[in-house]
Design a protein around this ligand. Structure first.
Ligand SMILES: NC(=O)c1ccc[n+]([C@@H]2O[C@H](COP(=O)([O-])OP(=O)(O)OC[C@H]3O[C@@H](n4cnc5c(N)ncnc54)[C@H](OP(=O)(O)O)[C@@H]3O)[C@@H](O)[C@H]2O)c1
Length: 303
């Protein structure tokens, strides 16, 4: 069978391209087309390509051409998405920022604040909370999450990392580890109930977040992109309990530190997660006819 590949870029000199395949639209997959394009132009590896029909609807790489509505002799469109970077690498870079930035501000206080002081118990606890949280996220990225997307455009790494490097990195570390919260200052005085109560609730939130990540992992057999309806701890109340528990963890840190910088990060992060949760919740209902109707998106019984 034959297929013509046209470029979405009118200035392209490489396209249109005519490809010949052994097989029929029922046996040739969209992925085979992507591989054939890569063979002609090695710089366009499959993750860098977006293949669409003439109505600009994306073609699912796992489907055959017939399933994607493409007949013998048809024309499809190609778009170059630009250089790509793996999702796992992006996550590792994102969380690596705060893991580097927090120790710098914590241990080099003299350089940043031009003052010598002892960290208060509140500062020590917040420091270990932040380090443990981001280390947990790195380990989950490596050993728990099973991502469905291979890659994203390389330049997104700067946009995505900005949130973590600036807001939960420099912003949080600078303002929480400063001399204004040092040992002996009234602003850092915390009762034992306040201090240890915060650690207990925060630990519960982090472990709950981990439990939901493990539930999501177990829904997807290794090496597949399968999606299913999650059930169990947290999921019986909301579609995205992982975001809910994440927000609780950071809210505890806000009340413990009383720093506006922690609130700033938490409000932006929660707002972003809520927008994603609403979208995921809608998609679940659309994708699964038997999706439980009583669930909310992110906040139990509320929204
Ligand atoms: N503080 C912050 O600013 C902030 C913001 C966002 C996230 N986070 C943290 O990062 C964590 C991960 O975030 P995320 O947005 O990647 O979470 P997510 O979309 O819920 O995905 C978590 C993992 O589960 C997979 N997954 C999701 N739903 C699935 C389903 N129905 N069936 C099978 N697999 C499914 C995802 O695969 P896919 O590749 O298919 O999506 C991904 O590998 C959050 O839970 C939170 O702890 C923090």
């Amino acid at each position: 069978m034959k297929l013509t590949v046209a470029s979405r870029n009118p200035k392209s000199t490489k396209f249109p391209l005519t490809l010949d395949f052994d097989g029929t639209p029922e046996t040739v997959k969209v992925h085979d087309v992507a591989i054939a394009i890569e063979k002609k132009f090695p710089k366009y590896y499959p993750d860098r390509q977006r293949l669409t029909n003439l109505d600009k609807k994306a073609l699912d790489v796992d489907k055959t051409l017939a399933e994607a509505g493409i007949a013998d002799g048809a024309t499809i469109q190609f778009k170059d998405l630009g250089p790509q970077i793996g999702w796992r690498t992006v996550f590792l870079i994102e969380y690596g920022g705060p893991l580097l930035i927090h120790p710098i501000f914590y241990y080099l206080s003299k350089t940043f604040y031009r003052a010598t002081f002892e960290h208060s118990p509140m500062q020590q606890v917040v420091y270990y909370m932040c380090m443990a949280h981001f280390l947990k996220r790195e380990l989950e990225t490596l050993f728990v999450h099973r991502f469905s997307h291979g890659t994203m455009p390389f330049f997104n790494v700067f946009k995505n990392s900005g949130h973590y490097w600036l807001l939960s990195g420099i912003n949080l570390a600078y303002w929480v580890y400063g001399p204004w919260f040092a040992a002996g200052k009234a602003a850092s005085a915390r009762s034992d109930v306040w201090l240890y109560g915060s650690v207990a609730v925060w630990m519960w939130a982090e472990l709950s977040n981990l439990a939901t990540h493990i539930t999501l992992r177990n829904l997807r057999p290794a090496g597949t992109r399968r999606r299913a309806i999650p059930f169990g701890y947290g999921f019986d109340l909301v579609s995205c309990p992982n975001y809910f528990f994440e927000t609780i963890g950071w809210t505890v840190l806000c009340f413990l530190s009383t720093s506006w910088s922690a609130w700033l990060f938490n409000i932006v992060a929660t707002g972003q997660m809520y927008v994603w949760a609403v979208k995921k919740h809608k998609n679940y209902k659309k994708e699964f006819k038997d999706y439980p109707r009583n669930r909310k998106a992110m906040f139990p019984f509320i929204a």
